[in-house]
Design a protein around this ligand. Sequence first.
Ligand SMILES: [Zn+2]
Length: 138
Amino acid sequence: MDTKDKKITVEIPLANGCTLYRRPNEVGGFVYSSDEIGCGVHVWDTALVDHRTLLTAMVDYHTLMYRESLHHNAMINAHEWRCFVCDRLRDDCFISVRKRDLSEQNHYPPGTIVFNLKYCNDKTYCTQASLHEAIPIK
Ligand SMILES: [Zn+2]
């Protein structure tokens, strides 16, 4: 970092179109602020908070947002299920579930491994086929 950078306010363009301002504080560090709120907002003072604390907070927040987006995307498709007989993706109202207890054949107590066989409840073939043990479990 250039020594003059330690004495002047530097404007850093942000991805959201706003500006991050870095100005020197009284103890040789920096105060960061941005214009994301009308009259400006304090972002960080290097003299008050360790950079690793800020980084940890950002990573934590990013992780939360990432999980939330995964959950949101999962919820968008939550109304559709794949039929295990015909392999078509169907709306929730056309899918029923037949539970199969696979515990005994895998040497576990009953109810330990339960497979939910989803099938089209409006297709005779899928409904009949779901009754047979031969339906492959995917
Ligand atoms: Zn089907």
